[in-house]
Design a protein. Sequence first.
Length: 223
Amino acid sequence: AFIFTADHGMTNWGSHGTGMDDETLTPFVAWGAGIKSLKHYTDVEMTELMQDFDEFAGSIYKIDVRQADIAPLISILLGNNIPTNSVGMLPFTILDMHAKHVSQALEIQFNQLLAQYTKLLVDHEDFHLAAIFHQEFPNLPRKKIIECEAIIKHQIKFGHYNESISTSMGCIHKVYEGITYYQRYQKNILKLLISLTLVFSILADFMLVWSFVGAKPKYEAIK
């Protein structure tokens, strides 16, 4: 399989440091083994389509893929494990695989993200005075995790692959919400600390200026 993409775009004046579409949207083209192909064009048809880009762009299958999603896609195509710290979501709709293999790939994705979530959960539980400072993610209790694992395995084992895909996606989204929850868990405390730091810094600067302004000049008598 081949994947063609870029890490960022660029404006007409050569910039790529802001959030403009020209800088954040990049092409993503994939073809080959394991990649779904909806239509095959002859050389003549492709040449005709390329004469009008709007017509060409409107006649091919397109899907939005985040940059982070490329890591799990490449991993599954190569038959490797998804990187531990990857937060990408497998774009399984572009995969040309049997439903069994897609369901197994999504199970791998679920387990990979679950390991990430579990590590974040344990780290926050080990925090000092966790009973006060730690509030567990409410939408993913431990019972729900066990239920997801059991149902996915059961559905794959008995050949209910489409149901397994649906279950896996629902569970994956819950786990992803949990990861986001813990990644942003300390944001309010950080905002408070940063705000206090700025306030005290301004007060310190004001007091320093005031001390210079309020100081009376001393003159020595000339003998």
